[in-house]
Design a binder for this molecule. Structure first.
Ligand code: SF4
Length: 272
């Protein structure tokens, strides 16, 4: 889809035609307009996700790192329809517990998980030239590693999609206070980014996970509210921010890996 086509759809022109949806779904284009205009509306997460699936299927996927928010969304999607489309990034540095929960999710819901790896040559060059812990030296080095292991693979994962779903919540960090339930993702060609849990609290996430007995990453029980690559994640201490255990050696305002950057969250929209 070209930029012009995306712009047309955002203007409410025949979304159904552009996404190959069934006749009769064209009205959803107006829904898109409404969602994009609505600032932090606080609609029920199931309503947001259901609308997104109906509107963008099959060109929509959940980008999951299998944290508590993501597994809640997988369960929610599965209850709406069982063709859950999940993409995930295998950075090569993930904790064992993340693979374990991925497998439990696969078995529980009977769904495929599409994994995207970094380019082998880029990782080989990174480790040969900068070593195995280059990300500890500076924010720039860390973003370089995230760029190779996360940002570039995500770009491939999102290619061909019209929308992606994430578990972002405003409460998670100061870099996320402007997250909306539906927004245009300028960093990824203007596709639609859907964050159904934007206004959920941590307690709401866990209430959902426990009520539906959703498999979750065992690291959550060991003090890890947010889980990324093993060498860049630690448990948090009482009273610390939810993402204090991610890149704990950095200033909180720099702590995004480049997957969710944009105006208003500490980055001018550049992917680094
Ligand atoms: Fe590299 Fe750490 Fe980013 Fe993972 S989280 S891609 S190991 S810098």
């Amino acid at each position: 889809m070209t930029e012009a086509e995306r712009g047309n759809r955002a203007d409410g022109l025949s979304a159904a035609a552009l996404i190959g949806a069934e006749p009769g779904q064209a009205g959803e284009a107006e829904g898109l307009q409404e969602w994009l205009r609505t600032d932090r509306a606080g609609r029920p997460a199931e309503e947001v996700l259901g609308w997104a699936i109906r509107t963008f299927r099959p060109r929509i996927a959940l980008a999951s790192s299998f944290g508590a928010e993501d597994v809640a969304l997988i369960d929610m999607w599965w209850r709406i329809e069982q063709e859950v489309q999940i993409v995930t990034l295998d950075t090569g540095r993930l904790p064992e517990e993340t693979y374990e929960v991925m497998e439990r999710i696969r078995e529980r819901y009977g769904i495929a998980i599409t994994t995207y790896f970094p380019e082998a040559a880029a990782v080989e060059g990174l480790e040969r030239e900068r070593g195995f812990y280059s990300f500890r030296r500076s924010v720039e080095e860390r973003k370089h590693c995230c760029g190779i292991r996360k940002v570039q693979p995500l770009g491939r994962a999102l290619a061909g999609l019209d929308a992606w779903v994430t578990g972002l919540r405003r409460e998670q960090a100061e870099t996320r206070v402007t997250v909306r339930q539906v927004e245009r993702d300028a960093a990824h060609g203007g596709i639609i980014k859907v964050n159904p849990l934007a206004d959920w609290s941590t307690e709401e996430v866990w209430r959902y996970v426990r009520a539906h007995e959703v498999p979750y990453n065992r690291l959550h029980d060991r003090g890890y509210p947010s889980i990324g690559c093993a060498p860049c994640t630690r448990a948090v201490r009482a009273g610390e921010d939810l993402r204090a255990g991610r890149w704990w050696w950095e200033n909180p305002t720099t702590k995004e890996c480049g997957l969710h950057l944009g105006p208003g969250n500490g980055d001018p929209g550049q992917r680094t």
